[in-house]
Design a protein around this ligand. Structure first.
Ligand code: DLL
Length: 439
């Protein structure tokens, strides 16, 4: 095993003042690149009455207008590409199910930067060249599979490019190949653990798994505890999005106190999602990112809709890069039920607190008449499903009371048998809002 805990100590522990200087230098050239080569940003700058000369310090970043998801959809497929098409070497796209997909276009230098931060991310969690890394994020247009693949390649580890699907065969491969690191969505990690239990594979005895690198969807601390326990691993949170590069924008270190944002490649701001006002450090709000190394499809002040808090105090790991706390939800995932704001993560938090329940859940909202209906479907875990001594009415009452404490609402609670809710191999679908189009 290598002895250093850093992939690039100079960069990862760079004093914050120096890091800010580096960001300013890169921001200036990024703004210049957009101004010279992107008709989209030329129009935006003109409308805002700014030129590259208007950016005289990092504080001037706030003069630049935000870029939002609809800008990307409206300029599909290549309206934001700022290089000659011959410079583009790879395309990825988000998994959105409605409208135009969000495209990511990469040049050779974009690919190198992405590979570097993915290698840094894997290394930060403890991945080394001696590891066998099983990548069960989807390969293809989604950035998850290939993003981890490129990073693991640079670390020099042995890669099992499993992609999604064929869960039982994945478990066999993990066992036979001595896989030590699992990379997938947290919901697929839960599903793998459940399947192992069903087919009689004991991860602690039969596998060599030690780490899990899970992201691409919100998950809770309690899900982490459950997965750690079920698989006998140390699970790490990893964050990113197609518009910025893919996974690798930020990564947890072994302190597990937030994900270090690789600030030599990204500037982060937190804003009030309603007013767009920049919030002081440490306040919860929507994350806005400005990537600093993107040439193919540069993007400035991108509104992610992801809600989190940024901390800049020194982490015991001595990395100076600021940390984003777990994403508590997306501002556009927030449900307004009978006038009350409800985040799916609040419901997940309650469910994970009941050892009698499996981790799968669904939230159903509808408006058959004038009033919203709200139902939560949960499952008993495998053991309780088989037992006849569970008092379902009492369990229902306790779940309801916890949800009511947090939201003030009284959803219908449906307790199903283990395995009755659909499982997913990629990002989980928890919310079924059937009110769309109903007034
Ligand atoms: O999900 C990239 C990725 C792949 C990240 C693998 C981590 C691991 P998109 O499909 O464009 O890209 O989806 C991006 O997923 O805006 C968040 O809402 C959500 N998301 C990603 N990582 C996390 C995370 C990839 N760790 C969208 N926690 C983002 C919570 C996450 N939400």
């Amino acid at each position: 095993m290598s002895d250093s805990k850093y992939w690039n100590k100079t960069v990862e522990t760079m004093p914050r003042k120096q890091l800010r200087e580096l960001q300013y230098k890169k921001l200036k050239s990024q703004v210049r690149h957009c101004y010279d080569n992107s008709p989209f940003y030329q129009r935006k700058f003109k409308a805002a009455g700014i030129t590259p000369a208007s950016i005289k310090s990092l504080d001037d970043l706030s003069k630049i207008p935000f870029t939002v998801k609809t800008d990307l959809r409206d300029n599909y497929p290549t309206g934001l590409v700022a290089v000659d098409s011959a410079e583009v070497v790879e395309i990825h796209a988000s998994s959105g199910t409605t409208g135009n997909p969000i495209i990511g276009a990469y040049t050779k230098s974009d690919m190198e930067a992405w590979q570097e931060i993915m290698a840094r991310s894997i290394y930060t969690a403890g991945g080394r060249r001696e590891d066998v890394i099983h990548i069960a994020y989807g390969y293809g247009l989604f950035t998850g599979g290939l993003g981890f693949h490129y990073g693991a390649q640079k670390v020099g580890a042995e890669i099992v490019p499993a992609s999604s699907g064929m869960t039982q065969r994945q478990i066999k491969l993990m066992k036979d190949l001595g896989v030590t690191i699992l990379c997938c969505t947290p919901s697929f990690a839960v599903y793998l653990a459940e399947t192992m239990n069903t087919i009689g594979v004991n991860p602690r005895k039969d596998l060599k798994l030690r780490l899990g690198l899970f992201g691409a969807e919100p998950w809770s601390e309690r899900t982490r505890q459950r997965v750690n326990e079920a698989l006998g691993i140390d699970a790490f949170d990893v964050y990113g999005l197609t518009e910025l590069c893919g996974p690798g924008v930020s990564m947890e270190c072994p302190e597990h106190n937030g994900m270090h944002i690789w600030e030599d490649h990204f500037i982060v701001e937190t804003i009030d999602p309603e007013t767009g006002e920049v919030l002081p450090e440490g306040e919860e709000g929507e994350l806005v990112f400005t990537p600093l190394s993107k040439m193919g499809m540069p993007i400035l002040r991108y509104r992610t809709r992801d809600i989190s808090v940024i901390e800049t105090d020194m982490c015991p790991c001595m990395r100076t890069h600021s940390r984003m706390m777990r994403v508590s939800g997306r501002s556009d995932d927030m449900l307004i039920i009978r006038g009350v704001n409800v985040f799916p993560s609040q419901i997940e938090y309650v469910i994970m607190g009941f050892p009698e329940l499996a981790t799968q859940y669904e939230i159903h909202v509808d408006r058959p008449d004038a009033l919203d209906t709200f139902a939560v479907k949960v499952e008993l875990n495998e053991e309780y499903s088989k037992s006849s001594c569970v008092n379902l009415n009492d369990l229902k009452r306790r779940i309801l009371s916890k949800i009511n404490n947090i939201t003030g609402l009284n959803p219908e609670i449906h307790i199903l048998k283990y395995g009755e809710l659909a499982r997913t191999e990629g990002k989980a679908k928890h919310v079924f809002d059937n009110r769309k189009g109903k007034t």
